[in-house]
Design a protein around this ligand. Structure first.
Ligand SMILES: [Cu+2]
Length: 533
Protein backbone atom coordinates (compact mmCIF):
# COMPACT_ATOMS: atom_id res chain seq x y z
CA UNK A 1 0.00 0.00 0.00
CA UNK A 2 1.34 3.42 -0.91
CA UNK A 3 1.86 6.01 1.74
CA UNK A 4 -0.69 8.48 0.48
CA UNK A 5 -3.30 5.78 0.72
CA UNK A 6 -2.43 5.29 4.34
CA UNK A 7 -2.75 9.01 4.94
CA UNK A 8 -6.09 9.09 3.22
CA UNK A 9 -7.27 6.33 5.50
CA UNK A 10 -6.04 8.27 8.49
CA UNK A 11 -7.93 11.38 7.51
CA UNK A 12 -11.14 9.45 7.19
CA UNK A 13 -10.65 8.17 10.70
CA UNK A 14 -10.10 11.47 12.44
CA UNK A 15 -12.46 11.79 15.35
CA UNK A 16 -12.68 14.41 18.03
CA UNK A 17 -13.15 13.61 21.68
CA UNK A 18 -16.74 14.68 21.25
CA UNK A 19 -17.22 11.94 18.69
CA UNK A 20 -15.92 9.31 21.05
CA UNK A 21 -18.37 10.36 23.71
CA UNK A 22 -21.43 9.74 21.65
CA UNK A 23 -23.96 7.07 22.32
CA UNK A 24 -22.69 4.36 24.61
CA UNK A 25 -24.87 1.53 23.52
CA UNK A 26 -23.17 -1.13 25.62
CA UNK A 27 -23.53 0.54 28.96
CA UNK A 28 -26.66 2.56 28.45
CA UNK A 29 -24.84 5.54 29.88
CA UNK A 30 -25.10 8.94 28.35
CA UNK A 31 -21.79 10.64 27.68
CA UNK A 32 -22.18 13.06 30.54
CA UNK A 33 -23.21 10.29 32.93
CA UNK A 34 -20.21 8.22 31.84
CA UNK A 35 -17.86 11.10 32.49
CA UNK A 36 -19.42 11.94 35.81
CA UNK A 37 -19.45 8.36 37.05
CA UNK A 38 -16.21 7.13 35.51
CA UNK A 39 -17.47 3.58 35.97
CA UNK A 40 -14.81 1.48 37.66
CA UNK A 41 -15.94 -1.63 35.83
CA UNK A 42 -16.51 -2.32 32.15
CA UNK A 43 -18.32 -5.63 31.99
CA UNK A 44 -20.72 -7.76 34.02
CA UNK A 45 -19.86 -10.18 36.82
CA UNK A 46 -20.72 -13.88 36.85
CA UNK A 47 -21.58 -15.43 40.22
CA UNK A 48 -20.05 -18.76 41.18
CA UNK A 49 -22.43 -21.64 41.91
CA UNK A 50 -20.10 -23.49 44.30
CA UNK A 51 -19.01 -22.51 47.83
CA UNK A 52 -15.92 -20.33 47.77
CA UNK A 53 -13.01 -20.78 50.19
CA UNK A 54 -12.05 -18.15 52.75
CA UNK A 55 -9.22 -15.86 51.60
CA UNK A 56 -5.53 -16.42 52.31
CA UNK A 57 -5.72 -20.18 52.94
CA UNK A 58 -4.44 -21.69 49.69
CA UNK A 59 -0.65 -21.44 49.17
CA UNK A 60 0.51 -19.35 46.21
CA UNK A 61 1.68 -21.64 43.41
CA UNK A 62 4.60 -20.56 41.27
CA UNK A 63 4.36 -21.96 37.73
CA UNK A 64 7.12 -24.47 36.91
CA UNK A 65 9.88 -23.30 34.57
CA UNK A 66 9.83 -25.35 31.38
CA UNK A 67 13.00 -27.23 30.44
CA UNK A 68 14.12 -27.05 26.82
CA UNK A 69 14.18 -30.33 24.92
CA UNK A 70 17.34 -29.09 23.24
CA UNK A 71 19.69 -26.14 23.62
CA UNK A 72 22.04 -26.91 20.76
CA UNK A 73 22.96 -24.60 17.90
CA UNK A 74 22.35 -21.47 19.97
CA UNK A 75 18.59 -22.05 20.08
CA UNK A 76 16.49 -23.22 23.00
CA UNK A 77 13.81 -25.61 21.75
CA UNK A 78 10.66 -26.27 23.72
CA UNK A 79 7.60 -28.45 23.21
CA UNK A 80 4.19 -27.64 24.61
CA UNK A 81 1.10 -29.80 24.17
CA UNK A 82 -2.18 -27.94 24.38
CA UNK A 83 -4.59 -30.33 26.03
CA UNK A 84 -7.51 -30.72 28.37
CA UNK A 85 -6.63 -31.33 32.01
CA UNK A 86 -8.30 -31.23 35.42
CA UNK A 87 -7.12 -29.09 38.31
CA UNK A 88 -8.17 -28.60 41.91
CA UNK A 89 -8.37 -24.81 42.00
CA UNK A 90 -10.97 -24.51 44.73
CA UNK A 91 -10.28 -27.01 47.54
CA UNK A 92 -12.31 -30.17 46.92
CA UNK A 93 -13.59 -29.02 43.50
CA UNK A 94 -12.37 -30.42 40.17
CA UNK A 95 -12.14 -27.89 37.35
CA UNK A 96 -11.67 -29.04 33.75
CA UNK A 97 -9.33 -26.73 31.86
CA UNK A 98 -7.79 -26.11 28.49
CA UNK A 99 -4.08 -25.93 29.20
CA UNK A 100 -0.60 -25.46 27.91
CA UNK A 101 1.13 -28.61 29.12
CA UNK A 102 -1.48 -29.65 31.69
CA UNK A 103 -1.40 -26.67 34.07
CA UNK A 104 -2.96 -23.24 34.52
CA UNK A 105 -1.03 -21.03 34.24
CA UNK A 106 1.03 -22.91 31.66
CA UNK A 107 4.73 -23.51 32.27
CA UNK A 108 6.96 -20.44 32.43
CA UNK A 109 9.65 -20.08 29.78
CA UNK A 110 12.82 -18.30 30.91
CA UNK A 111 15.07 -16.87 28.21
CA UNK A 112 18.14 -14.73 27.73
CA UNK A 113 17.93 -11.58 25.64
CA UNK A 114 18.90 -12.25 22.02
CA UNK A 115 19.00 -16.04 22.42
CA UNK A 116 16.34 -17.41 20.07
CA UNK A 117 13.67 -19.79 21.25
CA UNK A 118 11.55 -22.16 19.22
CA UNK A 119 8.38 -23.52 20.79
CA UNK A 120 6.64 -26.40 19.06
CA UNK A 121 2.99 -26.26 20.02
CA UNK A 122 0.88 -29.37 19.51
CA UNK A 123 -2.88 -28.85 19.52
CA UNK A 124 -4.75 -31.71 21.21
CA UNK A 125 -7.69 -29.49 22.13
CA UNK A 126 -11.07 -29.89 20.38
CA UNK A 127 -10.80 -26.52 18.57
CA UNK A 128 -8.23 -24.63 16.49
CA UNK A 129 -5.77 -22.50 18.45
CA UNK A 130 -3.30 -19.69 17.83
CA UNK A 131 -0.40 -18.76 20.12
CA UNK A 132 0.62 -15.14 20.59
CA UNK A 133 3.58 -14.09 22.73
CA UNK A 134 2.29 -10.81 24.18
CA UNK A 135 5.01 -8.18 24.19
CA UNK A 136 7.31 -10.23 21.98
CA UNK A 137 9.32 -8.61 19.20
CA UNK A 138 8.44 -11.48 16.92
CA UNK A 139 8.56 -12.03 13.15
CA UNK A 140 5.03 -11.94 11.72
CA UNK A 141 5.00 -15.65 10.84
CA UNK A 142 5.32 -16.52 14.55
CA UNK A 143 3.27 -13.65 15.99
CA UNK A 144 0.03 -15.59 16.12
CA UNK A 145 -2.15 -13.70 13.68
CA UNK A 146 -5.75 -14.73 14.55
CA UNK A 147 -6.33 -16.66 11.34
CA UNK A 148 -2.98 -18.50 11.45
CA UNK A 149 -4.75 -21.45 13.02
CA UNK A 150 -3.27 -24.67 14.31
CA UNK A 151 -6.02 -27.19 13.59
CA UNK A 152 -6.61 -30.20 15.81
CA UNK A 153 -6.55 -33.65 14.22
CA UNK A 154 -9.63 -34.28 12.11
CA UNK A 155 -10.92 -30.70 12.26
CA UNK A 156 -13.54 -29.89 9.65
CA UNK A 157 -14.61 -26.34 8.99
CA UNK A 158 -18.12 -26.30 10.44
CA UNK A 159 -21.26 -24.77 9.13
CA UNK A 160 -19.80 -21.68 7.56
CA UNK A 161 -23.20 -20.07 7.41
CA UNK A 162 -23.59 -20.24 11.17
CA UNK A 163 -20.56 -18.36 12.39
CA UNK A 164 -18.58 -15.53 10.98
CA UNK A 165 -15.51 -16.99 12.67
CA UNK A 166 -15.22 -19.73 10.09
CA UNK A 167 -15.89 -17.28 7.29
CA UNK A 168 -13.06 -15.08 8.47
CA UNK A 169 -10.68 -18.00 8.52
CA UNK A 170 -11.81 -19.12 5.09
CA UNK A 171 -11.80 -15.68 3.55
CA UNK A 172 -8.38 -14.60 4.68
CA UNK A 173 -6.15 -15.57 1.76
CA UNK A 174 -3.04 -14.74 3.77
CA UNK A 175 -3.85 -17.11 6.63
CA UNK A 176 -1.11 -19.65 7.31
CA UNK A 177 -3.02 -22.63 8.67
CA UNK A 178 -1.16 -25.65 10.01
CA UNK A 179 -2.33 -29.05 11.10
CA UNK A 180 -1.74 -30.38 14.60
CA UNK A 181 1.60 -28.67 15.28
CA UNK A 182 3.34 -25.41 14.58
CA UNK A 183 6.82 -24.11 15.39
CA UNK A 184 6.82 -20.60 16.77
CA UNK A 185 10.22 -18.89 16.63
CA UNK A 186 11.01 -16.00 18.95
CA UNK A 187 14.32 -14.15 18.41
CA UNK A 188 13.81 -12.28 21.74
CA UNK A 189 16.08 -9.48 20.57
CA UNK A 190 14.45 -7.04 22.97
CA UNK A 191 14.63 -5.50 26.44
CA UNK A 192 14.33 -8.00 29.29
CA UNK A 193 10.82 -8.14 30.71
CA UNK A 194 7.85 -10.31 31.65
CA UNK A 195 5.88 -11.43 28.60
CA UNK A 196 2.95 -13.79 28.47
CA UNK A 197 1.73 -16.22 25.88
CA UNK A 198 -1.94 -16.85 25.31
CA UNK A 199 -4.46 -17.99 22.74
CA UNK A 200 -5.36 -15.48 20.00
CA UNK A 201 -7.79 -17.45 17.84
CA UNK A 202 -10.11 -15.44 15.62
CA UNK A 203 -13.39 -14.67 17.45
CA UNK A 204 -12.67 -17.05 20.36
CA UNK A 205 -9.71 -15.55 22.22
CA UNK A 206 -11.65 -14.55 25.32
CA UNK A 207 -13.18 -17.95 26.18
CA UNK A 208 -9.94 -19.77 25.32
CA UNK A 209 -7.89 -17.64 27.73
CA UNK A 210 -10.68 -17.98 30.29
CA UNK A 211 -10.46 -21.79 30.09
CA UNK A 212 -6.76 -21.65 30.86
CA UNK A 213 -4.66 -20.90 27.78
CA UNK A 214 -2.17 -18.46 29.31
CA UNK A 215 1.42 -18.71 30.54
CA UNK A 216 4.42 -16.54 31.37
CA UNK A 217 7.66 -15.93 29.48
CA UNK A 218 10.50 -14.04 31.19
CA UNK A 219 13.44 -12.52 29.32
CA UNK A 220 16.57 -11.70 31.31
CA UNK A 221 19.97 -10.19 30.53
CA UNK A 222 23.30 -9.61 32.25
CA UNK A 223 22.72 -5.90 32.85
CA UNK A 224 19.50 -6.55 34.75
CA UNK A 225 21.05 -9.45 36.68
CA UNK A 226 23.85 -7.09 37.82
CA UNK A 227 21.49 -4.55 39.40
CA UNK A 228 21.14 -6.44 42.67
CA UNK A 229 17.32 -6.53 42.62
CA UNK A 230 15.58 -9.13 44.80
CA UNK A 231 16.04 -12.50 43.09
CA UNK A 232 15.61 -16.25 43.45
CA UNK A 233 12.76 -17.03 45.87
CA UNK A 234 12.37 -13.27 46.41
CA UNK A 235 11.29 -12.72 42.82
CA UNK A 236 7.69 -13.79 42.25
CA UNK A 237 5.61 -13.70 39.07
CA UNK A 238 1.97 -12.97 39.92
CA UNK A 239 -0.60 -13.68 37.21
CA UNK A 240 -3.87 -12.19 38.42
CA UNK A 241 -7.05 -13.41 36.74
CA UNK A 242 -10.69 -13.45 37.80
CA UNK A 243 -12.90 -16.45 37.10
CA UNK A 244 -16.29 -17.82 38.15
CA UNK A 245 -17.21 -21.45 38.78
CA UNK A 246 -20.27 -23.34 37.57
CA UNK A 247 -22.04 -25.90 39.76
CA UNK A 248 -20.08 -28.75 38.13
CA UNK A 249 -16.78 -27.09 39.05
CA UNK A 250 -15.96 -25.85 35.55
CA UNK A 251 -15.16 -22.24 34.80
CA UNK A 252 -18.48 -20.53 34.04
CA UNK A 253 -18.48 -18.46 30.83
CA UNK A 254 -21.51 -16.99 29.03
CA UNK A 255 -20.54 -18.26 25.56
CA UNK A 256 -23.30 -18.39 22.95
CA UNK A 257 -21.71 -21.66 21.78
CA UNK A 258 -20.19 -23.46 24.78
CA UNK A 259 -18.27 -25.82 22.48
CA UNK A 260 -16.42 -22.76 21.10
CA UNK A 261 -16.48 -24.45 17.72
CA UNK A 262 -18.82 -22.44 15.53
CA UNK A 263 -20.63 -19.44 16.91
CA UNK A 264 -18.60 -16.73 18.65
CA UNK A 265 -19.86 -14.23 21.20
CA UNK A 266 -21.31 -13.97 24.69
CA UNK A 267 -24.80 -13.53 26.08
CA UNK A 268 -26.14 -10.04 26.19
CA UNK A 269 -25.46 -8.90 29.76
CA UNK A 270 -21.75 -9.66 29.20
CA UNK A 271 -21.13 -7.81 25.92
CA UNK A 272 -18.95 -5.23 27.66
CA UNK A 273 -16.76 -7.90 29.26
CA UNK A 274 -16.88 -11.01 31.44
CA UNK A 275 -15.90 -10.66 35.09
CA UNK A 276 -15.60 -13.44 37.67
CA UNK A 277 -16.25 -13.31 41.40
CA UNK A 278 -13.09 -15.25 42.31
CA UNK A 279 -9.65 -13.67 42.13
CA UNK A 280 -6.95 -16.17 41.17
CA UNK A 281 -3.24 -15.50 41.46
CA UNK A 282 -1.11 -18.03 39.56
CA UNK A 283 -4.27 -20.11 39.36
CA UNK A 284 -5.06 -20.17 43.11
CA UNK A 285 -7.99 -18.39 44.79
CA UNK A 286 -6.95 -15.49 47.05
CA UNK A 287 -3.68 -17.28 47.90
CA UNK A 288 -1.22 -16.62 50.71
CA UNK A 289 2.56 -16.70 50.45
CA UNK A 290 5.09 -16.85 53.32
CA UNK A 291 7.86 -14.29 52.95
CA UNK A 292 11.00 -13.16 54.75
CA UNK A 293 11.00 -9.69 56.28
CA UNK A 294 12.88 -8.44 53.23
CA UNK A 295 12.44 -6.85 49.80
CA UNK A 296 10.56 -8.86 47.14
CA UNK A 297 10.30 -8.27 43.42
CA UNK A 298 6.70 -8.86 42.31
CA UNK A 299 6.21 -9.20 38.58
CA UNK A 300 2.51 -8.57 38.22
CA UNK A 301 0.41 -9.42 35.15
CA UNK A 302 -3.29 -8.74 34.85
CA UNK A 303 -4.38 -11.75 32.77
CA UNK A 304 -8.09 -11.07 33.36
CA UNK A 305 -10.36 -10.78 30.35
CA UNK A 306 -12.00 -7.52 31.40
CA UNK A 307 -11.34 -6.75 35.06
CA UNK A 308 -9.27 -3.73 36.07
CA UNK A 309 -7.63 -3.57 39.49
CA UNK A 310 -6.22 -0.88 41.71
CA UNK A 311 -3.73 -2.64 43.93
CA UNK A 312 -2.60 -1.69 47.41
CA UNK A 313 -0.45 -3.60 49.92
CA UNK A 314 -1.97 -3.11 53.36
CA UNK A 315 -0.57 -4.30 56.70
CA UNK A 316 -2.64 -5.66 59.60
CA UNK A 317 -2.45 -2.25 61.29
CA UNK A 318 -3.73 -0.49 58.19
CA UNK A 319 -0.42 0.84 56.90
CA UNK A 320 -0.01 0.99 53.12
CA UNK A 321 3.37 -0.27 51.91
CA UNK A 322 5.13 1.47 49.05
CA UNK A 323 4.86 -0.25 45.69
CA UNK A 324 8.18 0.75 44.13
CA UNK A 325 7.75 0.32 40.40
CA UNK A 326 10.95 -0.67 38.64
CA UNK A 327 9.56 -1.86 35.32
CA UNK A 328 6.65 -1.57 32.89
CA UNK A 329 5.28 -3.85 30.15
CA UNK A 330 8.49 -3.59 28.14
CA UNK A 331 11.13 -3.69 30.84
CA UNK A 332 12.97 -1.56 33.34
CA UNK A 333 12.15 2.09 33.94
CA UNK A 334 14.95 4.67 33.88
CA UNK A 335 14.44 5.22 37.62
CA UNK A 336 12.06 3.79 40.23
CA UNK A 337 8.59 5.32 40.68
CA UNK A 338 6.86 4.92 44.05
CA UNK A 339 3.12 4.23 44.16
CA UNK A 340 0.72 3.61 47.01
CA UNK A 341 -2.07 2.61 44.65
CA UNK A 342 -1.33 0.89 41.36
CA UNK A 343 -4.00 0.60 38.65
CA UNK A 344 -3.54 -2.35 36.30
CA UNK A 345 -5.63 -3.00 33.19
CA UNK A 346 -5.98 -6.30 31.34
CA UNK A 347 -2.65 -7.43 29.78
CA UNK A 348 -0.57 -4.76 31.54
CA UNK A 349 2.49 -5.79 33.57
CA UNK A 350 4.07 -3.93 36.45
CA UNK A 351 7.39 -4.88 37.98
CA UNK A 352 7.37 -3.68 41.60
CA UNK A 353 9.51 -4.09 44.72
CA UNK A 354 7.78 -4.34 48.10
CA UNK A 355 9.77 -4.18 51.33
CA UNK A 356 8.38 -6.40 54.09
CA UNK A 357 11.24 -5.59 56.52
CA UNK A 358 9.23 -3.15 58.64
CA UNK A 359 6.28 -5.51 59.04
CA UNK A 360 5.86 -7.40 62.36
CA UNK A 361 6.82 -11.08 62.09
CA UNK A 362 3.74 -13.28 61.95
CA UNK A 363 1.44 -10.62 60.51
CA UNK A 364 -0.23 -10.40 57.12
CA UNK A 365 0.19 -7.95 54.28
CA UNK A 366 -2.95 -8.08 52.16
CA UNK A 367 -2.90 -7.12 48.50
CA UNK A 368 -6.28 -5.51 48.00
CA UNK A 369 -8.16 -4.27 44.94
CA UNK A 370 -9.72 -0.86 45.48
CA UNK A 371 -11.91 -1.33 42.41
CA UNK A 372 -13.40 -4.53 43.80
CA UNK A 373 -16.32 -4.99 46.15
CA UNK A 374 -16.95 -7.83 48.56
CA UNK A 375 -14.76 -10.80 47.71
CA UNK A 376 -13.22 -9.12 44.67
CA UNK A 377 -11.77 -6.46 46.96
CA UNK A 378 -9.12 -9.00 48.03
CA UNK A 379 -6.38 -10.35 45.77
CA UNK A 380 -3.87 -12.27 47.93
CA UNK A 381 -1.77 -11.94 51.08
CA UNK A 382 1.81 -12.29 52.23
CA UNK A 383 2.52 -13.70 55.69
CA UNK A 384 5.79 -12.28 57.01
CA UNK A 385 7.20 -15.45 58.51
CA UNK A 386 10.73 -14.65 59.65
CA UNK A 387 13.44 -12.04 59.89
CA UNK A 388 16.20 -12.40 57.33
CA UNK A 389 19.30 -10.73 55.94
CA UNK A 390 18.71 -8.73 52.74
CA UNK A 391 21.50 -7.59 50.44
CA UNK A 392 19.18 -6.64 47.59
CA UNK A 393 18.89 -3.04 46.46
CA UNK A 394 16.90 -0.79 44.15
CA UNK A 395 19.41 1.26 42.15
CA UNK A 396 18.42 4.86 41.51
CA UNK A 397 19.29 4.34 37.87
CA UNK A 398 17.72 1.17 36.51
CA UNK A 399 18.30 1.49 32.77
CA UNK A 400 19.71 3.92 30.23
CA UNK A 401 18.36 2.45 27.00
CA UNK A 402 14.75 3.66 27.00
CA UNK A 403 13.81 5.15 23.64
CA UNK A 404 13.38 8.90 23.81
CA UNK A 405 11.15 9.64 20.80
CA UNK A 406 10.01 13.21 20.45
CA UNK A 407 6.87 14.51 18.82
CA UNK A 408 9.04 16.16 16.19
CA UNK A 409 10.39 12.71 15.22
CA UNK A 410 6.95 11.56 14.12
CA UNK A 411 6.34 11.43 10.38
CA UNK A 412 2.58 11.19 10.88
CA UNK A 413 -0.18 11.34 13.44
CA UNK A 414 -3.10 8.93 13.37
CA UNK A 415 -6.39 9.08 15.26
CA UNK A 416 -8.42 6.08 16.33
CA UNK A 417 -11.64 5.86 18.26
CA UNK A 418 -12.42 2.79 20.38
CA UNK A 419 -16.13 2.53 20.94
CA UNK A 420 -19.29 0.47 20.79
CA UNK A 421 -21.18 0.09 17.53
CA UNK A 422 -22.88 -2.28 15.14
CA UNK A 423 -21.23 -5.42 13.80
CA UNK A 424 -22.90 -8.15 11.71
CA UNK A 425 -26.26 -6.58 12.60
CA UNK A 426 -25.53 -7.04 16.30
CA UNK A 427 -23.45 -5.43 19.00
CA UNK A 428 -19.78 -4.89 18.30
CA UNK A 429 -16.77 -2.99 19.47
CA UNK A 430 -15.18 -0.89 16.76
CA UNK A 431 -11.91 0.86 15.99
CA UNK A 432 -12.44 3.93 13.84
CA UNK A 433 -16.04 2.87 13.32
CA UNK A 434 -15.16 -0.50 11.80
CA UNK A 435 -15.13 -4.10 13.06
CA UNK A 436 -12.04 -6.20 12.38
CA UNK A 437 -11.55 -7.60 8.91
CA UNK A 438 -8.36 -9.58 8.21
CA UNK A 439 -8.55 -8.59 4.55
CA UNK A 440 -8.66 -4.82 5.11
CA UNK A 441 -5.57 -2.60 5.31
CA UNK A 442 -6.07 -0.38 8.35
CA UNK A 443 -2.59 0.97 9.04
CA UNK A 444 0.29 0.68 6.63
CA UNK A 445 3.58 2.10 7.80
CA UNK A 446 7.21 1.87 6.82
CA UNK A 447 9.78 0.02 8.86
CA UNK A 448 11.60 2.60 10.95
CA UNK A 449 8.91 5.29 10.90
CA UNK A 450 8.05 7.11 14.11
CA UNK A 451 4.35 7.87 14.57
CA UNK A 452 2.09 9.49 17.14
CA UNK A 453 -1.26 7.77 17.67
CA UNK A 454 -4.16 9.48 19.37
CA UNK A 455 -6.58 6.99 20.90
CA UNK A 456 -10.00 7.96 22.22
CA UNK A 457 -12.35 5.75 24.21
CA UNK A 458 -15.99 5.51 25.23
CA UNK A 459 -15.64 3.00 28.09
CA UNK A 460 -12.42 1.36 29.40
CA UNK A 461 -10.27 -0.02 26.59
CA UNK A 462 -6.76 -1.37 27.26
CA UNK A 463 -5.14 -0.87 23.84
CA UNK A 464 -2.31 -3.20 22.82
CA UNK A 465 0.07 -2.95 19.87
CA UNK A 466 1.82 -6.06 18.64
CA UNK A 467 5.56 -5.99 17.79
CA UNK A 468 6.50 -2.61 19.26
CA UNK A 469 6.67 -0.89 22.61
CA UNK A 470 5.52 2.71 22.92
CA UNK A 471 5.63 5.61 25.31
CA UNK A 472 2.64 7.52 26.62
CA UNK A 473 2.80 11.21 25.61
CA UNK A 474 -0.40 12.60 27.12
CA UNK A 475 -3.78 11.84 28.66
CA UNK A 476 -6.64 14.11 27.60
CA UNK A 477 -4.19 16.90 26.87
CA UNK A 478 -2.40 16.57 30.19
CA UNK A 479 0.87 14.98 31.18
CA UNK A 480 0.87 11.17 31.51
CA UNK A 481 0.17 9.71 34.96
CA UNK A 482 2.86 8.16 37.17
CA UNK A 483 2.14 4.57 36.13
CA UNK A 484 2.50 5.46 32.42
CA UNK A 485 6.28 5.59 32.94
CA UNK A 486 8.66 3.56 30.82
CA UNK A 487 8.10 1.52 27.69
CA UNK A 488 4.65 -0.01 27.38
CA UNK A 489 2.80 -2.29 24.99
CA UNK A 490 -0.67 -1.88 26.49
CA UNK A 491 -2.18 1.42 27.58
CA UNK A 492 -5.34 1.73 29.64
CA UNK A 493 -7.80 4.18 28.10
CA UNK A 494 -10.23 5.27 30.79
CA UNK A 495 -13.84 6.17 29.98
CA UNK A 496 -13.98 9.30 27.85
CA UNK A 497 -10.23 9.65 27.69
CA UNK A 498 -7.92 10.55 24.79
CA UNK A 499 -4.39 9.15 25.08
CA UNK A 500 -1.46 9.94 22.81
CA UNK A 501 1.30 7.38 22.35
CA UNK A 502 4.50 7.51 20.32
CA UNK A 503 6.45 4.62 18.83
CA UNK A 504 8.89 3.60 16.17
CA UNK A 505 7.82 0.70 13.98
CA UNK A 506 10.99 -1.30 13.91
CA UNK A 507 11.88 -4.96 14.14
CA UNK A 508 10.24 -6.80 11.28
CA UNK A 509 8.10 -6.21 8.25
CA UNK A 510 4.79 -7.99 7.92
CA UNK A 511 1.23 -8.16 9.07
CA UNK A 512 0.57 -7.43 12.73
CA UNK A 513 -2.33 -6.23 14.84
CA UNK A 514 -3.41 -3.67 17.31
CA UNK A 515 -6.48 -4.23 19.42
CA UNK A 516 -8.33 -3.76 22.63
CA UNK A 517 -7.20 -6.26 25.28
CA UNK A 518 -10.55 -6.45 26.93
CA UNK A 519 -10.75 -9.97 25.50
CA UNK A 520 -14.50 -9.81 24.88
CA UNK A 521 -14.12 -6.52 22.98
CA UNK A 522 -11.33 -8.09 20.96
CA UNK A 523 -13.55 -11.01 19.96
CA UNK A 524 -16.37 -8.63 19.07
CA UNK A 525 -14.45 -6.72 16.43
CA UNK A 526 -12.07 -4.40 18.30
CA UNK A 527 -8.91 -5.27 16.35
CA UNK A 528 -7.22 -3.72 13.33
CA UNK A 529 -4.39 -4.60 10.98
CA UNK A 530 -0.95 -3.05 11.31
CA UNK A 531 1.08 -3.70 8.19
CA UNK A 532 4.76 -2.81 8.27
CA UNK A 533 6.36 -2.53 4.83
CU1 LIG B 1 -12.11 -2.49 24.67
Amino acid sequence: MREHDARGLTRRRVLGIGGALGVMAATGLSASAALARRPSITGAELRSAVPLPPPFQVPLPVPAVLKPVSASGGVDRYEITQREANAEILPGVTTPLWTYGGTFPGPTIESRRGRPVTVTHRNELPVPTVVHLHGGRTPAASDGYPTDLVLPAGWQEHSMHMGHGSEHAMHDPRAAVSELTRDYTFPLDQRPTLLWYHDHRMDFTAPAIWRGLAGLHIIRDDAEDALGLPAGPRELPLMIADRAFAADGSFAYPALDPTLRVRPGVREPYLAGVLGDVILVNGAPWPVHEVDAARYRLRILNASNARHYELEAVTDDGRRLDLVQIGADQGLLAAPVTHRLLPIAPAERYDVVVDFSGVPIGSLVRVVNRLGSGRTGDVMAFRVARGAADDSRIPRRLSTDLPDWRRSDAVRVRDFSFRAGQMHAGHGWLIGGLPFDPARADVTTRLGDVEVWRLVADVHHPVHLHLVGFRVLSRSGRAPVAHDAGLKDTVSLRPGEAVEIITRFDGYRGRYLFHCHNAEHEDMGMMANLEII
